[in-house]
Write a protein that binds this ligand. Structure first.
Ligand SMILES: Nc1ncnc2c1ncn2[C@@H]1O[C@H](COP(=O)(O)OP(=O)(O)OP(=O)(O)O)[C@@H](O)[C@H]1O
Ligand SMILES: [Mg+2]
Length: 370
């Protein structure tokens, strides 16, 4: 954009706007160039004409947290210009950036000669910016505290469940030994597998609240994992009146089986919840495309409520469930992301919901990374 049409100049009367244009020094920055450092003494205000500028605060040695972005037609650095205090954040060019710099002393002089309404407009901008950053800060704090709380809760649950879990495992092993017939052994194995899944689930929520997803990847056949998922959940589907259909092409992926089980469990579990005991159908289909496998998990339920569609994958977004924590889809996404894949969905009240997941196929030539 050109300097004359920048929003900042529209705050001023035409003579002062023209004066500011004369004073402005155009400067180009290459990607990643530092525009100013945190704690630097401010000497000018910047108008963004091209590109994006990122602001970040130092939170540790060599560690920065992004706090805001500025795009063309926006301006920054006004706080330092007005109060003369050191810069509170570092500014970096995201890509190629063009800025118009207005020197502090001259700007203060023009402001001094401008009518009150000019200063009011500048004030309006500053207040809006403060509101925005305060809201962001508060929601980050609330989010952190919620995560810490869930983490604490799950920690207690994991601890308290250890002995009953061991009890169930031991009892089913004994039962197997006492009645080694095929059917009893199969049921006992199912009990043990489910108990192990329960503790794995709790561990995973714990991991998620700590913000880390550690994978134990192995080359796996996708159809085997999904068949196992079906077997572990057959009773659950029958009781919930749900037809569960599979159409999975053979594909080998480098994956953490337990974690992927959590993904199916969360996505399919949500579909089953949404039927609310009415008869329903859930299908999992997978096809390979180039270096990827695309997995479609579809249901013919009522669709995801519109109110949460934009934020579905955020933690604690839940709707219409008495016991929902809103972590299921957030965990699913964190697992798919950690596998180098992607997840998205389409949903409508008429045709139900379909989740799409793509995962990279296993390639012998590429070593499996953790
Ligand atoms: N297939 C679906 N059909 C209809 N609504 C869905 C579907 N999947 C998700 N939802 C809606 O999205 C919300 C968020 O799902 P998510 O799995 O993230 O959390 P939750 O199920 O509420 O809680 P949690 O999974 O932690 O027990 C659900 O509460 C539900 O309202
Ligand atoms: Mg859920």
């Amino acid at each position: 954009m050109d300097l004359q049409s920048h929003r900042f100049l529209s705050y001023f009367e035409p003579p002062q706007a023209a004066e500011l244009c004369q004073l402005a020094i155009m400067e180009h920055f290459s990607p990643q160039a530092v525009i100013f450092e945190e704690s630097e003494i401010p000497d000018c205000l910047y108008l963004v004409l091209e590109g994006e500028v990122e602001f970040s605060k130092r939170i540790g040695p060599q560690q920065y947290q992004t706090i805001a972005l500025a795009s063309p037609d926006e301006f920054f650095g006004e706080f330092g210009v007005l109060d003369g205090q050191p810069r509170s954040a570092r500014a970096i060019a995201c890509g190629p950036v063009t800025l118009a710099k207005i020197p502090r002393d001259q700007l203060m002089d023009i402001l001094d000669r401008s009518p009150g309404r000019v200063v009011l407009k500048l004030f309006g901008h500053i207040i809006q910016y403060l509101r925005y950053t305060t809201e962001r800060y508060v929601s980050q704090i609330v989010h952190k505290q919620k995560m810490a709380l869930v983490g604490e809760m799950v920690n207690t649950i994991v601890h308290d469940f250890k002995s009953p879990f061991t009890g169930i495992q031991l009892s089913s092993s004994m039962l197997k030994e006492m009645h080694p017939d095929e059917e009893t052994v199969e049921w006992c194995d199912l009990i043990q597998a489910q108990v192990m899944r329960m503790s794995a689930m709790a561990e995973e929520v714990l991991e998620f609240t700590r913000g880390s997803t550690v994978l134990e990847k192995k080359p796996l056949r996708l159809s085997d994992i999904i068949q196992r998922f079906k077997k572990l959940n057959n009773i659950y589907f029958t009781n919930a009146n749900v037809d569960f259909v599979l159409e999975v092409e053979d594909a080998v992926i480098a994956a953490d089986e337990n974690k992927l089980m959590r993904v199916w469990q969360n996505i399919v579990g949500n579909a089953v919840d949404a039927f609310e005991n009415r008869r329903g159908r859930v299908s999992i289909a997978a096809v390979t495309k180039d270096q990827w496998v695309e997995i479609k998990i579809a249901d013919n339920g009522p669709g995801i409520p519109e109110a949460i569609r934009d934020r579905l994958f955020e933690p604690f977004v839940t709707f219409g469930k008495r016991s929902g924590t809103g972590l299921g889809t957030a965990i699913a996404k964190s697992i798919i992301d950690a596998h180098g894949g992607q997840i998205w969905f389409e949903s409508s009240a008429e045709s139900g919901t379909t989740f799409y997941i793509i995962l990279p196929l296993f390639q012998e030539s590429i070593p499996i990374s953790e």
